[in-house]
Design a protein around this ligand. Structure first.
Ligand code: ZN
Length: 309
C-alpha cells in the first residue's frame, strides 16, 4: 500500500488478460471466483434491491458457504432468505479490497487529495503488481471474495467496500466511512506489498493513536491490535508464511498513523499486506489460487477468533 508511490504504474496487459479470463469463466464450471464473481456483482451500489445481473452468477456448488447471486455488491444478506445462522450470526464484517483494477485509468480522480483527519492524502493509489503483471487490485478482490464466502458460511453479515462495481476507488476516506456506517464489528483491508526483492512475508498494519480533524482512533487502537494479532497468528498457521522480514521486526505487526483508512475508522480495523508482489518467491504464492484460499482462511480464522472473543 504505502510502498507504491515510487513504483511504475500497474501494467495494463494483465488486466486485459484478467478480463479475458473472467469472460472465459462464464461458460466453465469450477472457475475461480476472482474474475467470475466480479461479473456477478456488477450492480451499481445504488441497486439496493440487488437485482441479479447474470445467470452465470450462480455460486459454485462446491462451496456451500457461497452467497446467493442476488446479493448486491455491498449488501450482505440475500433478500428473502432466512436469517443467517452460525457462530458469527449477527456480526458484521466489512472487507476492503485494496485499490481498484481500473484506478490507473483515472489518475486525476485518484490523485485528488482527501482529508484523512491528520492531513491530506491521495484519494486512492493504483497498487502494485507482480513482475509477471498480476495486479494487486486483482489479488485483493480475489482474496476478498474468498474471505467473504468463508465468513458468510459462519453466519456473518459481510459487506465489501466495493466489488468491481465502480470505475475507480473508493477513496480511502470513503472506504473508512463504509465500515463506520455499517457499525462493523471488524474491518479488514486486504493488500499485497510492493517492496524490494528479498523482502518477504506478510504483515498486519494496526492503527496508531491519532487525533486530528475527523480522526480519533483512541477507541479502536486496542481492539484493532487484538484483531490484528489474531489475524497474524492464524495467517501463519493457515499459510505457513513467515511474518515480514522487513517490516515490524518479524512480529508480523506494524503500526501506522498515515493511513486514512485507519485514521478515519471508528470501528476496529486493520490492513494486511499478504506478501511482497515484487519478490519472485512471494509472487509465486500470491499468484496461486490455492495459496490465496489459505490466505483468506487465515484472515477469516483471525476475524472469527476476534469476534468470538
Ligand atoms: Zn496496497
Amino acid at each position: 500500500m504505502r510502498h507504491h508511490q515510487s513504483l511504475p504504474p500497474t501494467p495494463r496487459r494483465p488486466l486485459r488478460l484478467a478480463a479475458t479470463a473472467a469472460l472465459l469463466c462464464l461458460g466453465l464450471a469450477g472457475c475461480g471466483d476472482g474474475g467470475g464473481t466480479a461479473q456477478a456483482q456488477a450492480g451499481p451500489s445504488g441497486d439496493a434491491a440487488g437485482t441479479p445481473r447474470a445467470t452465470s452468477a450462480a455460486p459454485s456448488p462446491s462451496r456451500p458457504g457461497a452467497a446467493s447471486p442476488s446479493t448486491s455488491p455491498s449488501k450482505a444478506a440475500p433478500s428473502g432468505s432466512a436469517a443467517p445462522t452460525g457462530p458469527l450470526a449477527g456480526r458484521t464484517v466489512v472487507i476492503d479490497p485494496g485499490h481498484n483494477p481500473r484506478n490507473h485509468l483515472h489518475t486525476a480522480a485518484i490523485n485528488r487529495q482527501v482529508d484523512i483527519g491528520t492531513g491530506h492524502k491521495e484519494c486512492d493509489t493504483t497498487g502494485t503488481a507482480t513482475n509477471g503483471g498480476y495486479a494487486e487490485a486483482e489479488f485483493t478482490l480475489d482474496v476478498a471474495h474468498r474471505l467473504r464466502d468463508l465468513l458468510r458460511a459462519q453466519g456473518a453479515t459481510v459487506l465489501l467496500t466495493y466489488d468491481g462495481d465502480r470505475e475507480f476507488g473508493p477513496c480511502v476516506d470513503e472506504r473508512a466511512r463504509i465500515g463506520n456506517k455499517a457499525h462493523a464489528d471488524a474491518v479488514v483491508s486486504v493488500h499485497a506489498d510492493g517492496s524490494a526483492v528479498g523482502n518477504r512475508g506478510f504483515h498486519v498494519i494496526l492503527p496508531a493513536a491519532v487525533r486530528g480533524g475527523g480522526a480519533d482512533t483512541s477507541k479502536i487502537v486496542a481492539p484493532s491490535r487484538d484483531l490484528g494479532t489474531r489475524i497474524a497468528g492464524l495467517f501463519v498457521r493457515s499459510t505457513g508464511s513467515s511474518p515480514s522480514n522487513y517490516v515490524g521486526g518479524k512480529t508480523g505487526l506494524d503500526v501506522r498513523k498515515d493511513l486514512g483508512g485507519l485514521n478515519l475508522s471508528t470501528v476496529p480495523k486493520v490492513f494486511i499486506e499478504c506478501g511482497n508482489m515484487r519478490d519472485p518467491e512471494d509472487a509465486a504464492l500470491l499468484t496461486s489460487p490455492g495459496w490465496r484460499q489459505k490466505a483468506a482462511q487465515g484472515i477469516a480464522d483471525g476475524i472469527s477468533s476476534y469476534l468470538k472473543g
